[in-house]
Write a protein that binds this ligand. Sequence first.
Ligand code: F3S
Length: 293
Amino acid sequence: MTILLAEHSGICFGVRRAIQMALEAANEGSDVCTLGELIHNPQVVNELAQQGIGVCQSSQDIHNMSVVIRSHGVSKQEWEALQATDNQIIDATCPYVKRAQELVASMSEYPVFIMGDPDHPEVRGMLSYGNQLTRVIKPGDPLPEQNWKTLSVISQTTQKLSNLQDLVGRLLPRVLDLRVFNTICSASTLRQDTAVKLARRSDLMVVIGGKNSSNTMMLQDLCAAETTSLHIETEAELEAEMLSGAESIGLAAGASTPAETIIKVFNKIKEIKGEPGTATRIGEIPLFKEESC
Ligand code: F3S
């Protein structure tokens, strides 16, 4: 049998950078907290808590601390509120998210549609940099009944390219000057493309990542459209009957899933299937490629 890991899987550059920035601040002896959970992964959040990096919900409740802004970024109002406190800001907003926020802020004179999940903190942050004509369009949402002279479209960084293409296709006949900014990050695209490729050749996909992680849920949707697919957070959820009959098992993992979790899932599948050989490093799992950034 085969157990393969999608070439691009697990923690992305933006999440790795945010974790490193928080750990560096804690190692320098600062009192550190993250504004909201640093990443959508309960295991990593618990590990950070063990290293003294807690979670605070509002910058108003804390004083004289180093406050880490997570990779999703914050709203303009949250940023300004934070600046008005005596806390030190550690801005771990992912550069891809920062670029999207800056693009929205730069288009202050005409409507901007942000394609994404209106409840996701990244999208709420992007929206806060817009004007009164900026609005969020969920994938598949109907469009307002009107035409536009000028309109810009931007995307949540973790969206599927096909969702952006669908929105642009529906807008084209109705907008004279349509400007499209592809702000979907390359880490998301690579994880989605390689997971789908692997799903097409697998009897079963196991998608690993936080149940509250939007990019992991996106991977699960894409894989489930190709083959049977399970979404788990840790190896503890795996049981033998879930894997029965599967001769080719593919693994994929969201951009906030640590390598250790992926390795434990791989080893547990090996154990359940009675296959020899376990991995101690993620690079030992067949197909996976280390990312250069
Ligand atoms: Fe940044 Fe993309 Fe990761 S936006 S945080 S590199 S998923």
